[in-house]
Structures are given as structure tokens and as C-alpha cells.
Write a protein that binds this ligand. Structure first.
Ligand SMILES: O=P(O)(O)OC[C@H]1O[C@](O)(CO)[C@@H](O)[C@@H]1O
Length: 530
């Protein structure tokens, strides 16, 4: 795949404006040298323990053979179905790596009982489960570990032969008892920058992806990214990302481009920049997305290609990017750190994620159902007293400010309920504004930071459901159904609180299939087709 970056229109103007400063301030070489002072005194202590990703190569030398040895052992034992339990930075990169290599990896990054149950109940005889958590304490991952341990025991399989852990040294998960292997990662790398560390490499390598080739691709650009050189792609990309006023970054890929890359970059950019009332909102879209037809003044189109086009319209604002996956990871990580420098924020913390987690914990201790404001068929409505579903949606989108965005937050099964993604285009078309579609609780570890920490311009459509069947979480007083309900309500409570004061419309399906069909019909969509 070709390696290159072309900027045009306002993106090019931003590169021309910022590049001389980035070169003069030696931003490229200072990031590579892991200089924690670059983002100002307030960010310094965090940055001092978060820059290890600039050199993933030394650690990989020992790590890769260990992963490949374990892979050989597993294959010899017929254990070829690899499931990965992990949230955000602990699962997004392996999903992209394996998809681009054409190997299977089952990612369990959910608390939806239907999706968890489908993963738990398939082919346990040939399954190995990688449990990945940097902190070792993320509630989703801990719950998934408990559920898989119980499922193996119920199937008369010793979990100690099937569980593989990836975590930071010294975390509550860094304990070899009762598991097949523990891989510890570089603690000086935050989750969303960890694609080329144990978090990206262990699950991908065990699933059969060519992780040596991935690291080689990253190696192709690592010297260039460390240089204070006007050809440094990360300086160009960082400057373009920081284009004044163009803070909705709309991703679209051609057929040959990196599959699913936008989902990984979404967390990197949203969690790194969405804070202090500023930031860049990634919108994972496609080439025919309404947002790209005649882009609004606050939209920055970002096109991902297998091969860059021969010509781009110079006066049309866009970023055009192409790179092999390993290189793309490293370029985007550097570029995000560069954008953080230009936007004057700390790209390594996520100060607003904790609020939703705390609100969910409170609700798990004392669940409070609350009464719906209205009921239409199989849909309970919270946060609107409109006379119909269509009116409730209309009232929500009418609150969009001029530079606002709509976030659809679906606490559902991203495989089984995938047809709901067609809502994105319809609502983008109707509102003329960027629309994001996030699966909960996965997005809480990604755009969730931006929703609470970024500009107060979002309106939120939450979709939740009654599940026909719950899945128990051994050792906990709640099951997955209670957990996902608390996560959705907790996040809504924070978005609506006095500090954030954002509009949230919650549509709760009392029957998953009937509610889905009803909502699609209310938006003029039949069974997911436009
Ligand atoms: O790897 P952990 O500690 O389980 O965290 C998962 C995700 O949760 C966050 O810490 C916060 O949402 C992310 O930054 C991270 O990628």
C-alpha cells in the first residue's frame, strides 16, 4: 500500500500556517525523545509516563517470539478460535489488525447480554480467551472474564488452559494463577496509543496475524516521524487536524483502504483531544455520506485510500491519506500528539470518562428505573413529551446548534442489531449536521470523553433495550442486563446534569426486534434499507 498524505483547501492552509512553528519548536524530535514538557506544565507528569509508544520496537523483540510460540502451541492443541475481551484501547487495534490481515478474531467489547451470550455459547471447545486491560480493573472486562471462566467450568474445560491475560505490570490482573499466560505491556503507554504494544500484538498474533510485518511497516516511518523535517507526515497531519474551525473530522475510505481504521482512530482522536471544552470530533462515515456531499464549514473530510489519487482539487478542503497499517498507527499517534500541542491540551489524559463510570456504579448499587414520559408500541420514551416517535426525534434534532452534532448511542448488539446503523445517514441527511453512531458501552471509552469534555454542542439519542435473557456475572450482585442499563443511565445522567446540560432522548425497546422495526419505520426506513 502506498505511503502518502496530501492536504488541500483549509487543511493545506493550516499546514502552511503551523509547519514552520512545529519545525522551529522541534516538535517531531521532542516527541520521539519522549520530552514530557511539550504540552505544558500541567500535562508534564502524565506525559512523563505516556510516551513509550514512540519506540515499540525494543520491547517487541522479545514479545513477538513469545506470542508466536504460544500461537504454535494453541494451534497444535486445536485451539484456533481466539476471543478478545477488552474495551477501547485494549481491543480496537487488534480488531483492525486482524480484519486487515484476513484472520478471525472475535471481539467481546460489550455488556449487551445478547451479544455476550452469542460469543459465550459458540465453540468453547476450540476457544482461547484473551482478557486485556491495562488498569486490570475495567468493569466490562472483569465481568467478561468472570462469565468466560464460569462457561469453561460449566463445559468441563479448565480455564487455566484457556485464559491469556494482557495487562500492565503490577495491575490487579498481573497474576499468573489460574491462567495459561500473562503478558505484561509497557506501562509507559496509554491504552489508545498501545496498538503496537502487547495490547495490539498479543491478540492479533494469537489469531494468526502477521505481527512481524506490522512492526516492519511501522519501522518504515519511525525515523522520518522523529525528524524536524518539512516532509515529516505526522507534522502535516497534526497541523491539518488542528485546522481552526474544522473540528468535525469525517472519515471515509475507498475499498482498498485500511478496513475499520476509522474506529481505532476515533478513540485516539476523541479521547486525546475532547476536553477543556475543545477538541476534534471524529465521525466514522463513508464515501457517500451526506456530510461529505457539500461539507459544512466546520467539517474536515479525511479520505483513506489504498493508493492516493493522482490529483486532488486544491481548493477543496480535505486530508487524503494512505499508508500500510503499521505505519498508519504510528503516524496517527504522532499526529494526535502534534494536534494536542497546537490545540494546547494534554493528549494523554481522559478526565471526563470517570464521571460516567461513577454514575453507573451509583446506579448499580441503587437501581432506579424511573417512569417513561411516553410509550409508543414497543418503545418507551424518556426525555420528551412529544405525541409521537417522529415528533420526539424532531424535537431532539431541533435543539442542534449551528455547529452542533448528533450522537446516536446504541447500547445494543453491534452484530445482531447492525441494521440500526442506517439511522446515521438518514439523520445526517435530515439535520444537515454530522452524526456519529456509537455502540454502548464501547463508545464510552472513545467518543464518550469528547461528549462530556468537548464543546457543549452535542445532542444525544440513546437506544436501549429490554433483553429477553440475562447473562449472570459470577460473584457480582448484578448481571450483564443490569450493568448495561446502569451504564446507559449513568452516562445520560452526566450528559443532562447541571454542568453539561445537554439534551438526551432515550428510546427504550421493550422488545428488541419490535422496537427496532418501529424506529426504522418512524424514520422512513424499512427493515434497515433506505
Ligand atoms: O485497558 P483498560 O484499563 O481496561 O481501559 C480500557 C479503556 O478505558 C479507558 O481507560 C477509559 O475509557 C480507555 O482510555 C482505555 O482504552
Amino acid at each position: 500500500m502506498e505511503l502518502g498524505l496530501v492536504t488541500s483547501g483549509a487543511a493545506l492552509a493550516s499546514v502552511e500556517k503551523y509547519l514552520p512553528r512545529l519545525l522551529e519548536d522541534k516538535v517531531g524530535s521532542r516527541i520521539a525523545a519522549q520530552d514530557p514538557t511539550l504540552w505544558g506544565p500541567e500535562a508534564e507528569s502524565e506525559a512523563a509516563i505516556r510516551l513509550g509508544w514512540t519506540n515499540p520496537f525494543d520491547t517487541a523483540e522479545e514479545l513477538v517470539p513469545a506470542i508466536l510460540n504460544l500461537r504454535d502451541e494453541l494451534v497444535a492443541e486445536g485451539l484456533t478460535r481466539i476471543v478478545l475481551c477488552g474495551m477501547g484501547g485494549s481491543s480496537l487495534a487488534p480488531e483492525v489488525i486482524t480484519a486487515n490481515d484476513g484472520v478471525d478474531l472475535v471481539v467481546c467489547d460489550t455488556t449487551d447480554p445478547q451479544m455476550v451470550s452469542a460469543i459465550l455459547n459458540e465453540d468453547l471447545q476450540h476457544t482461547v480467551v484473551v482478557i486485556a486491560s491495562k488498569s486490570g480493573s475495567t468493569v466490562e472486562t472483569d465481568s467478561q472474564r468472570r462469565a468466560f471462566t464460569a462457561a469453561f467450568q460449566a463445559a468441563d474445560i479448565d480455564p487455566a488452559t484457556r485464559l491469556v491475560l494482557v495487562t500492565d505490570p503490577g495491575s490487579p490482573m498481573d497474576d499468573p494463577s489460574g491462567v495459561r499466560a500473562v503478558f505484561t505491556a509497557d506501562p509507559n503507554v496509554g491504552g489508545r496509543y498501545s496498538a503496537l504494544t502487547a495490547f495490539g500484538l498479543v491478540p492479533s498474533g494469537l489469531a494468526g496475524a502477521d505481527i512481524d510485518a506490522l512492526l516492519e511497516e511501522a519501522g518504515l516511518v519511525s525515523d522520518l516521524l522523529a525528524e524536524d523535517d518539512e516532509d515529516n507526515l505526522a507534522l502535516h497531519l497534526g497541523a491539518a487536524l488542528a485546522t481552526t474551525g474544522r473540528d468535525k473530522l469525517v472519515f471515509a475510505s475507498d475499498a482498498q483502504a485500511l478496513a475499520g481504521f476509522g474506529d481505532w482512530a476515533e478513540q485516539l482522536i476523541a479521547e486525546s483531544t475532547g476536553k477543556l471544552g475543545k477538541g476534534i470530533l471524529p465521525v466514522v462515515a463513508h464515501l457517500n455520506a451526506p456530510e461529505l456531499r457539500d461539507p459544512a464549514g466546520d467539517v474536515m473530510p479525511l479520505y483513506l485510500y489504498g493508493q492516493l489519487p493522482d490529483e486532488v482539487a486544491e481548493d477543496t478542503t480535505a486530508i487524503h491519506f494512505s499508508a500500510p497499517l503499521g505505519a498508519a498507527f504510528l503516524i496517527f499517534e504522532y499526529a494526535t500528539a502534534v494536534a494536542g500541542y497546537l490545540l494546547q491540551l494534554n493528549p494523554f489524559d481522559q478526565p471526563d470518562v470517570e464521571a460516567a463510570k461513577a454514575a453507573a456504579r451509583t446506579l448499580l448499587d441503587a437501581p432506579s428505573a424511573g417512569e417513561p414520559d411516553a410509550v409508543f408500541g414497543a418503545i418507551e420514551v424518556y426525555g420528551s413529551t412529544a405525541d409521537s416517535l417522529a415528533d420526539a426525534l424532531e424535537q431532539l434534532t431541533a435543539q442542534l446548534p449551528e455547529n452542533g452534532y448528533l450522537a446516536i448511542q446504541a447500547y445494543l448488539d453491534r452484530h445482531g442489531d447492525a441494521k440500526l446503523q442506517s439511522l446515521r445517514d438518514v439523520l445526517a441527511e435530515r439535520t444537515g449536521r454530522p452524526v456519529t453512531f456509537g455502540w454502548g458501552p464501547r463508545f464510552l471509552h472513545s467518543t464518550g470523553q469528547y461528549h462530556k469534555g468537548g464543546p457543549r454542542t452535542g445532542v444525544y439519542l440513546q437506544l436501549t433495550t429490554q433483553s429477553q435473557r440475562d447473562v449472570q456475572i459470577p460473584g457480582r450482585s448484578f448481571g450483564f442486563a443490569g450493568l448495561i442499563a446502569a451504564q446507559a443511565s449513568g452516562d445520560a445522567n452526566v450528559l443532562c446534569d447541571e454542568e453539561h446540560a445537554r439534551p438526551v432522548l432515550r428510546l427504550h425497546f421493550t422488545d428488541r426486534a419490535a422496537g427496532t422495526a418501529q424506529l426504522l419505520a418512524a424514520l422512513g426506513l424499512e427493515d434497515g434499507a433506505q
